[in-house]
Design a protein around this ligand. Structure first.
Ligand code: HEC
Length: 150
């Protein structure tokens, strides 16, 4: 589609400068088309964003999709599945919670699960699902969203 439009633009510009240049020198290939159609390229929906959108990790979205069933979208440990849990997940919004936790301890529980960290085995290990960087972003999301200002 875009290629077609640029070819048309090149064809049009060729016709516009009737016969001045050799046709072989202005074949509708990449480098020359980019220069030949500046107006089309200036469109605001230009190129770079799709790759960045894919690369960005949406910690909030992941939390709500994967964690909120137990932890709640509120972070209070009151997700729909939490009623069946004993112990229930602690509230991330309590100051007392943060007195005994660190970013490292949260990271460890998310990565290797509750059982490996002296907590409920119903907190599964997510190290196979998220890499360290993504877990760090989940920890930041939890902390930034719920940790009370001290
Ligand atoms: C099936 C329910 C369930 C799901 C889903 C779940 N958790 Fe948990 N989570 C728990 C339980 C239960 C505990 C541990 C409670 C205990 O032993 O004190 C826990 C503990 C934690 C802790 C440690 C809290 C503390 O007390 O130090 C963190 C951090 C955590 N979960 C984050 C997550 C994240 C992030 C996700 C999603 C990727 C997630 N959890 C998904 C149930 C769940």
């Amino acid at each position: 589609m875009r290629t077609l439009m640029m070819s048309l633009a090149v064809a049009t510009s060729l016709m516009a400068c009737s016969g001045g240049e050799e046709p072989a020198a202005t074949a509708p290939e990449a480098a020359s088309t980019a220069e030949a159609a500046p107006a089309a390229e200036a469109a605001p929906e230009a190129a770079p964003e799709p790759a960045e959108v894919v690369a960005a990790f949406d910690a909030k979205g992941e939390f709500e999709k994967t964690c909120a069933a137990c932890h709640g979208t509120s972070g209070l440990g009151d997700g729909v599945a939490a009623a069946a849990l004993n112990p229930k997940p602690a509230s991330f919004a309590e100051a007392v919670f943060w007195e005994t936790r660190t970013p490292e301890s949260l990271h460890a529980v998310i990565k290797s699960g509750g059982a490996a960290n002296g907590k409920s085995p119903l907190m599964a290990p997510y190290g196979g699902m998220y890499d360290d960087e993504q877990i760090t972003l989940l920890v930041s999301y939890i902390s930034d969203t719920w940790k009370p200002a001290s």
